[in-house]
Design a protein around this ligand. Structure first.
Ligand code: HEM
Length: 493
């Protein structure tokens, strides 16, 4: 019997296929054009400012939970002409951001990022060739299990140092966690060994630049994003504090981009061939024929590995310590598991993960319970579309409220309790959804650092559980002091 794929197609067949495809496109375009322009329900909007006041009142995640109660899984809001779709339901997020990912995977474009030279960061780059190159480069290091394995002994050494410091000075937990995560990430991206945080010039540069970027990402902090004509005014007023601040931000960003490159080149000259430490830089820059354009992309990708990720890793480890002080006596159970599976003579390593299911369940619960990113980075609609009969204009910001998913009682019963056992299979209980499907985002923009983040967080939690007893601090009368939680203000507008 002839193979169907080998039969030659006639010109008529080609013409028919072409016409069918064109008709399908036209039909879809027609459906979109014909759809009534109905937006999902949402709060009352004011002239010009729209829902600005709703976005700026208190904690945004709390507002979004209220919207879920009032409007269900999708809420529409707008301000200064920007459309927002807040997604309060996991299945809807998957449907929009994964199944229709081609349409909903761009990022907001903010004028202030162009002005300060920050718009080359991957997080704000739209889909396209540059975006693909950056993601591929990043994946080559942090998305590859065997490459990541090269960093395990270094990560374990940094964690041992962290535990020693913690035992010596338990009151300065945050500082130790910060040094630990800075060390892990800087070593991985640049092969740089961080000295004490606050005294390490590169870590300091990274911290300042990272705060600049976070600030620039809040659109309403800069009227320029909504009133582009202000830029012309600024050119006429070059001596204002604001223009000076813009210049400073630009200079700090430039330093963070160039200094590691310079350090790497100097190290290359000094080091005998083959003795350099593995790193993202070494993997990507050690070829002799790297073009200046490639070098630029590599430097920006490395910035991306430091900017943001270090802070999210710091807060997840802080959450782990917070969770360990909650009612559930999980540290004792985890310690007993480690003692029986690994013994007392060494600390657990990633290879022990299979044998430590309860420790793994603790780590999953840390990811789920108190999210470091309750609201996803906004995705933007590249074209207009419809969902469930609702109209989604081109340029709409689609905001997945991740905390609504990890605290949905239909997915996680009793969602506010810290309960690692929810992830353990028993004859009467199926493990609940792995939170990694939620906390790292969706589709084409899904966090490219998942493997790294999961490995590092597991390793640090397991080694800590094996070595220290975690409890609430006590006052002079021996009573427990309740931990106070301070969250940095979360804002998308
Ligand atoms: C606590 C750990 C982390 C969490 C919770 C986290 C979470 C996220 C989330 C929710 C997004 C947005 C996904 C979306 O738009 O749908 C994201 C994006 C991103 N993450 Fe992570 N991440 C973590 C660690 C890391 C690490 C360790 C790296 C790299 C070293 C990294 C690099 C990135 C990058 C580059 C993006 C932007 C991706 C894009 O726009 O295409 N993250 N992350």
């Amino acid at each position: 019997m002839p193979n169907i794929s080998s039969l030659p197609l006639s010109i008529v067949d080609y013409a028919l296929v072409t016409v069918a495809v064109a008709l399908a496109y036209k039909l879809r375009a027609q459906q979109v054009a014909d759809a009534p322009r109905v937006y999902p329900p949402g709060p009352k909007s004011w002239p010009i400012i729209g829902n600005l006041l709703d976005f700026s009142r208190g904690d945004l995640s709390t507002t979004f939970f209220e919207w879920r109660k009032c409007y269900g899984r999708l809420t529409y809001a707008s301000t200064f002409g920007i459309h927002f779709l807040v997604v309060n339901d996991y299945a809807t997020a998957v449907s929009l951001l994964e199944h229709q990912g081609v349409l909903y995977s761009d990022r907001p474009q903010l004028r202030i990022l162009d002005i300060t030279g920050w718009s080359s960061v991957m997080t704000v780059t739209n889909l396209g060739a540059r975006f693909r190159e950056m993601r591929l480069r990043m994946k080559g290091t942090i998305g590859n299990k065997s490459v990541l394995a090269q960093f395990q002994s270094g990560n374990m050494a940094y964690t041992r140092r962290f535990l020693r410091q913690l035992l010596l000075e338990p009151n300065t937990l945050s500082r130790h966690v910060s040094r630990l995560m800075n060390s892990i990430i800087m070593n991985l991206s640049y092969g740089h060994d961080v000295r004490e945080v606050g005294r390490d010039p590169l870590a300091q540069t990274a911290e300042v630049a990272s705060h600049d970027f976070e600030h620039l990402l809040i659109p309403s902090s800069h009227l320029l994003n909504f009133m582009p004509w202000l830029e012309i005014l600024l050119k006429w007023l070059p001596g204002t504090g604001y223009t000076q601040w813009l210049r400073d931000v630009k200079a700090r960003r430039e330093t963070f981009l160039r200094v590691p490159l310079k350090m790497f080149r100097e190290a290359q000259v000094c080091l005998a061939a083959g003795t350099a430490k593995p790193s993202f830089f070494l993997r990507n820059l050690s070829r002799s024929d790297v073009s200046p354009a490639e070098e630029e992309t590599i430097a920006w990708t490395a910035i991306e590995m430091n900017n943001g990720p270090t802070d999210t890793l710091i807060s997840i480890i802080q959450n782990f310590f917070l969770g360990a002080t909650q009612a559930s006596p999980f540290p004792q159970r985890a310690q007993a598991e480690i003692s029986s599976a690994v013994g007392e003579n060494r600390l657990p390593a990633l290879q022990d993960r299979e044998r430590l299911p309860f420790v793994t369940a603790v780590v999953k619960e840390v990811w789920r319970w108190d999210l470091t990113m309750p609201i996803n980075v906004p995705h933007v609609a590249a074209e207009e579309g419809t969902y469930d009969g609702y109209f989604i204009p081109k340029g709409t910001w689609i905001i997945a409220h991740l905390r609504a998913f990890t605290h949905d009682p239909d997915i996680y019963p009793d969602p506010d309790s810290f309960e690692p056992s929810r992830f353990i299979r028993t004859p009467s209980h199926e493990p609940e959804k792995d939170p990694s499907h939620i906390v790292f985002g969706f589709g084409r923009r899904k966090c490219p650092g998942i493997l790294l983040a999961e490995d590092v967080v597991w390793l640090v939690c397991a080694m800590t559980l094996a070595s220290v007893i975690i409890s609430k601090a006590r006052d002079s009368k021996g009573s427990d002091i309740e931990p106070t939680i301070q969250r940095s203000g979360l804002n998308i507008l």
